[in-house]
Design a protein. Sequence first.
Length: 334
Amino acid sequence: MRTIQLFCVFFLFGTLNGSAQTRNTGIVINPEKTVNMNWAEKLGFEKGKKVLLLHMDDAGMCPEANSAAERYIEKGQLSSAAVMMPCPAAESFVKQINDFPDADIGVHLTLTSEWKTYRWGPLTNNLKVPGLTDPDGKFWHEVPEVVMHASAEEVETEIRAQIEKMIHLGRKPTHIDTHMGTLYGSPEYAKVFMKIAEEYNIPANIIDLSVPEVAAKFKQAGYPIDNNMINLVEEYHLPKLDNFTSVPEGLSYEEKRTNFFNMVKSLNAGLTEIIFHPSVETENLKSITATWQQRVWEGELFSDPVVLKFFKDEGIVITNWKDIMKRFDYHNVN
């Protein structure tokens, strides 16, 4: 999927830094004992477990995305989602989800508007962030266009506005991530992203590259991983992921489900975020995106008894960012 490809490319070019934030003290783990631990183990999960963070992207994009995410949350099947705050259906989603205070709701920081006719622009006045908008006054369609035109200062102004809008609606985000990987599109954007994550003490989805096998995996795929990059990523002081991927596609629902099972079986133990884009089927959704069928199937996948049985049989642990941060603070992980 394009989102994952862009995430990986821009992530690896991002230069990260920031100062540590004050956290609640808890049980302090001896750093020497965590050297060979994955992030799941550092956070107190049982050794050897595959811990999955099943994450609903693109909430707020349209009513169809909202309905699918709300259904998962209301039934208690999943709780982790991120909202595209500049999109037309964002405010209604946040207000609806305020009835579920335990849900794990973040901001899907949005700086692109990729569809042909269904478009949106910045929350900030266009005159204050002219580099973020195309001739139609909307966000640029693609990440390279954003990087070509927008300064890091404009990016910071807009992503702060998106976070603050959710807070104004009565919901402090539990995490932040980046739509289409835009915030990894340049080192300057990445610095802003990491700075804001640590300033608000809201975790971003960053992959830990300190494990040689993980770094080698990305390096073998052609990404510029070296000791300097690994050290830069290590300076980020909030929780990290051991892996990051997406629900695979399929030519039928059954094939998609099988592909998902095979992907999960192939994962190493540790903390893996798996993103997907659930929606309900309507003619409006079909008019927005050619991927509508995959999104509709993803709106069904995690309520499927076969999938729930698979998780149980495989001993899979499901978590979310709220739980991760509670564990992070309790164990005082560094």
